[in-house]
Design a protein around this ligand. Sequence first.
Ligand code: SAM
Length: 242
Amino acid sequence: MNQPRTARPHRQVVSFVRRSTRMNDSQAKAWAERGRWVIPVPREETSTSIAPGTRIAWPEVFGREAPLIVEIGCGGGDSLAPLAAAHPERDHVAFEVFRPMLASTMIKLREVGADNVRLLDANGVEGLRELFAPGSITELWTFFPDPWHKARHHKRRLVSAEFGALVASRLTPDGCWRIATDWADYAEHCRQTLDEHPDLINAYAGAGGWAPRFAERPITKFEARGIAEGRDIVDLTYRRRR
Ligand SMILES: C[S@@+](CC[C@H](N)C(=O)[O-])C[C@H]1O[C@@H](n2cnc3c(N)ncnc32)[C@H](O)[C@@H]1O
């Protein structure tokens, strides 16, 4: 008997692959206590999606108005935890789709005693679009985004012209987008995509285009591996075109 054909929802291209959700004991404990850190959001089709129209009033969440720093792909929080602890005057929102890494982030946040952070178990591209008003973000961080080397996977790269337009729309007039990568082809891709972008300017255009290393950024596992394997680490900084 023929099965009725059901329409398959069109899957959007995303910059991540969902990996195992298996956690070690300390991650599982941290995840069980996530209520303090992780903001639940209504989903659309997938478990990493955010239902269109979802809004979050950040001043209510943090109990104050403060500069907002957003990170997409915080991994295990190696940058987020020390930087948030070093800047209690700012509020940080980080997106990560890999739950064990979010659990590790929470462990680090507890260790450093940072209360100015909230996490979302969700696609940061959707998060940026849905949860932040235009002109509301002081900094966006994308440190060591997945490189997606193969040509047929380039469409999965987080950095794209479309994403650049979204970032520009969410930055404050004096805000900035910080990128770091250890892959030369990804760095070139960023320059080609963003340097001539109608909504962005390279903050170091007059100095060769590469930003000095963001001095406060700790050396994460990804940066250390890049160095160990002989790759140059590059930073890029973009501002919105006024
Ligand atoms: C190569 S790791 C780098 C992690 C971290 N930034 C660091 O430097 O240690 C990239 C991370 O980004 C996450 N990621 C990729 N695309 C994402 C997205 N659209 N939203 C949220 N997380 C994402 C992946 O799950 C992965 O953990």
